[in-house]
Design a protein around this ligand. Sequence first.
Ligand code: UDX
Length: 435
Amino acid sequence: MKITIIGTGYVGLVTGACLAEFGHHITCMDKDTSKISALQDGQIPIYEPGLDELVRKNSRDGRLSFTTNLAESVANASAIFIAVGTPSSRRGDGYADLTYIYAAAKELAQHLKGYTVIIDKSTVPVGTAKQVSRLIQETNPDADFDMVSNPEFLREGAAISDFQRPDRIVIGAESVKAQAVMKEIYDPLYLISTPFVFTGLESAELIKYAANAFLAIKISFINEMANLCEQVGADVVDLAKGVGLDGRIGSKFLHPGPGFGGSCFPKDTIALLRTAQEHGVPARSVEAAVEINASQKAGMVKKIRDALGGDVVGKTIGVLGLTFKPETDDLRDSPALSILPPLLEKGAKIQVHDPQGMKEAEQLFPEFTYTDNSYEAATDADALVLMTEWNQYRALDLEKIKSLMKQPLFIDLRNVYSPDKMKNKGFVYVGVGRK
Ligand code: UDX
C-alpha cells in the first residue's frame, strides 16, 4: 500500500521505517528541509537502537523515501498518518498544543485524491480526530476520506520491537471500509496473532492517555512504597516481587527510582488532568501520581544531600546517566534535570557521564564537567550517583571506582546494585527503598 507519514519526529520515523519493513511503500514528509535532506543522506536525527539500519535498508530497497512535497505525497497515498508533535501548550497550562495537527489537516485536505484513510498517530486529547475530520471537510467538501485514531505505545529505546511485536493495536474507526484499510496496513501483525482492539474515535484517543496514566500511577505507587520501606526497614525490591507476582498486578513498572520522565508520561498525565477538569470529572489518582512524581524528584536531592552530611558546598558529585532512561538520547523531563541543578546551586561540583545525552546536556548545563567514561566521572568524587541504568553502568569495576573516589559513597537511584555486595566491597551504599 502507498502510505504517507506527515512528521518525521520520533513516532513518524519509527512508524515509517517499520511499515516499510512490512512491505508498504512509504513516503515520510516533513517541512523541515534540513531534516529531510539529512534523512535522504541516511542520517537519522535521533538515537534509537536499530532505526538507522531499518531506514537505510528500506530506503535502499525503494520502499522508503523522504520528501518536503506535501501535495504530491498526499495525492499518491491510500493512507496518511499524521505524526506531528503535540507538545505541551506554550501557555504552560498543560493542554496539548494542537496547532501542528490542525495545520497539517488543513493543508493535506487540499491535495486528497480518491478515497483516503487519514490516521491520527499523534497523542491528542479526546475529540481531536472529530475536529480534524471537520476541518478537512470544511477545507475540501469533496474529499472522500475516513478518519482513524491509531495511538502508538512505543517505548523509546525499544520502539522498533514495540512496533513489530506490540501487545495490541488500537484502532478507532467509524467505517468498515477504514477498518479494512487498517487491517491491511497491519497485516503482518495479524499473522503473529496480535490482538486488535476496534473502537470508536474517542475511545481510541482516551485509551492512549489512560494507558500512560495507569503506568505513571504504578510508578508513583512503588516510589511511595519505597519511601515507606526506608522508614520501616523493609526492602522495596522484595516488596515489588511479592506484590508483582500476583497475576492481577503484574511485575512490570514496579521499579522505584528518581521519578518518571520522558516525552510522554509527564506531558500526557497533565493533559489527561486538563481533559478531566474540562469535563468536570475528578481524576484524583492521576493527580496524585503527578504530585508524587514531583516530590520523588525533590526527595532525591535530599537523599544525596543527606548522604553527603547535609551540606554539599565544595563537594564533588559524580553522575552516571542524564537521559530519562537508557538507550535514548532524550533528556526531556529527565529526573536528572530536576535533581542536579539544586545541588549545583548549593555549591556542589557536578561531573557527569552519559553515553548519548551529553551533547544536549552541554547546551543546557555548561556548568557541569563532562567526562569520557564512568571512571572519569568517579575520579575524586565525594559521591557517585547512578542516575540512569545504562547497561554499561551495570558492570562497573567497583574496585577501580572505589580507588578513584575521594570517599566510597555510592548512591544508586535505580537499585542496580545489591546493597549487601556493595557494603562488602567497602562502599557506603544508598539505594531507593532498600535496607
Ligand atoms: C512511555 C510508554 O511506555 C509508551 O507506551 C508510550 O507510548 C510512551 O511513553 P517511554 O516514555 O519511552 O514510553 O518510556 P518508559 O519505559 O515507559 O519509561 C518512562 C519513565 O518511567 C522513565 O523515566 C523510566 O525510568 C520510568 N520508569 C519506568 C520507572 O521509574 N519505573 C518503572 O518501573 C518503569
